[in-house]
Design a protein around this ligand. Structure first.
Ligand SMILES: NC(=O)c1ccc[n+]([C@@H]2O[C@H](COP(=O)([O-])OP(=O)(O)OC[C@H]3O[C@@H](n4cnc5c(N)ncnc54)[C@H](OP(=O)(O)O)[C@@H]3O)[C@@H](O)[C@H]2O)c1
Length: 356
């Protein structure tokens, strides 16, 4: 097959005089070369010469645009080396990885998916799980629209409180999605503010089966993948705990107990995996405005809004940035534990409220 490559490399965006200078020339060239079915190969112009003994200015990523008409494998060796797009260390460390996030349909999990995609937009796989799969599909569309095809997204319906669903989870993933490198155990919730002896038994079950056994079951499902890697194993387990796991408060009993369990499990796991390269990380947010309070108050929006009256809570993006930061450190660096408050919070219940 006859193959034709055209490369046009003006400044991006080109200035008007440059356009006038280059475009007629290029079109003429293309017409002539395509008419004769010959290879059309126009290397970018050489960088401007150094002035007054100064080194040539550095090439800036994105300065050159390339238009491919068709591909000629045999001609590639004659091409000047492709320009390297500079990427951050964080982006390089994520390249080629598969990230699994639980509770990605809303709040912190959703923001975390977006933050990973934005940090490594060229070569990443995201397995996004939650019960509301439509919200996951919308998020997949948003990621595709924002960063393009470099990030592949697999939305998967998964209820982490259902041990059977977790048991079959990895085996049901398409094979190319099973090589998971980062597990973000984020799915979690609280129901009510009841105090003993009035705590609803069903609320207790939901909170513990989601926040505690759900998180432990997910970890057990993914850990063998990490342990199969060289050096005793490699991968990141990032557990989203809470200030509530460090400091109990009245009305928070089942939630505080569940997050204290997450904290204990996380600490134990880090110790058990000491001979591996598996990083065990806990992120403990203070107050973050998400659907969390709406769920806590069984959908009562007025009660949920009152939680945030007169304060400026964290956003889910704030926590997402911290999560992605921990996952993108040099492999020998473990941000084991992080407590994150908004400016006006100093403990689970000490908040400075304005105008209230
Ligand atoms: N917001 C805060 O102030 C705060 C503070 C400290 C810690 N946290 C922790 O942060 C994490 C995320 O909460 P958020 O604030 O982002 O709240 P959110 O907006 O309500 O998000 C919770 C996420 O968890 C998912 N989820 C709940 N139950 C699930 C289940 N059984 N199976 C699978 N997914 C489930 C939800 O998805 P589906 O409903 O679609 O399943 C949703 O995506 C939780 O672990 C929470 O405890 C939050």
């Amino acid at each position: 097959m006859r193959v034709i490559v055209a490369r046009f490399a003006p400044r991006c965006p080109p200035s008007k005089p440059q356009q006038q200078q280059h475009l007629p020339h290029l079109h003429l060239l293309l017409r002539r070369r395509i008419a004769s079915s010959a290879l059309v190969l126009e290397p970018p112009p050489p960088p401007p010469p150094a002035r007054r003994g100064l080194p040539a200015p550095p090439l800036i990523a994105g300065r050159f645009a390339r238009t491919t008409v068709a591909v000629d494998a045999s001609s590639r060796s004659r091409l000047p080396p492709a320009r390297t797009i500079m990427t951050s260390a964080a982006s390089q460390r994520l390249a080629g990885k598969t990230i699994l996030i639980t509770g990605a349909s809303s709040g912190i999990g959703r923001s975390t998916a977006l933050e990973f995609a934005r940090t490594s937009p060229n070569d990443l796989r995201l397995v996004l799980t939650a019960r509301r799969v439509d919200a996951l599909r919308d998020l997949a569309d948003q990621i595709r629209n924002e960063v393009g095809q470099g990030v592949k997204v697999l939305p998967v319906k998964l209820d982490v409180s259902n041990a059977d669903e977790i048991r079959g989870f990895v085996a049901c993933l398409p094979e190319e999605w099973r090589d998971i490198h980062v597990l973000v155990n984020n799915a979690g919730l609280v129901k009510g503010v009841a105090r003993a002896p009035d705590i609803d038994e069903q609320d207790m079950d939901v909170v513990f089966s989601t926040n505690v056994t759900g998180l432990i079951n997910m970890t057990q499902a993914i850990l063998p993948i990490f342990q199969g890697r060289p050096g005793g194993g490699q991968g990141d387990i990032i557990n989203v705990g809470s200030i509530a796991g460090r400091e109990a408060y009245p009305g928070g009993s089942i939630y505080c107990a569940s997050k204290a369990a997450v904290r204990s499990f996380t600490d134990t796991l880090r110790k058990e995996l000491i001979a591996t390269r598996i990083r065990v990380i806990e992120i403990d947010p203070g107050q973050v405005e998400t659907e969390f309070s709406l769920v806590r108050f069984y959908g009562d929006k007025a009660k949920a809004d009152a939680v945030y009256a007169g304060v400026e809570p964290l956003t889910p993006d704030d926590i997402a940035e911290a999560i992605v930061f921990t996952a993108t450190r040099r492999e020998n660096v473990v941000i084991a534990d992080t407590l994150i408050y908004p400016n006006h919070q100093a403990s689970a219940l000490i908040m400075h409220r304005k105008n209230v």
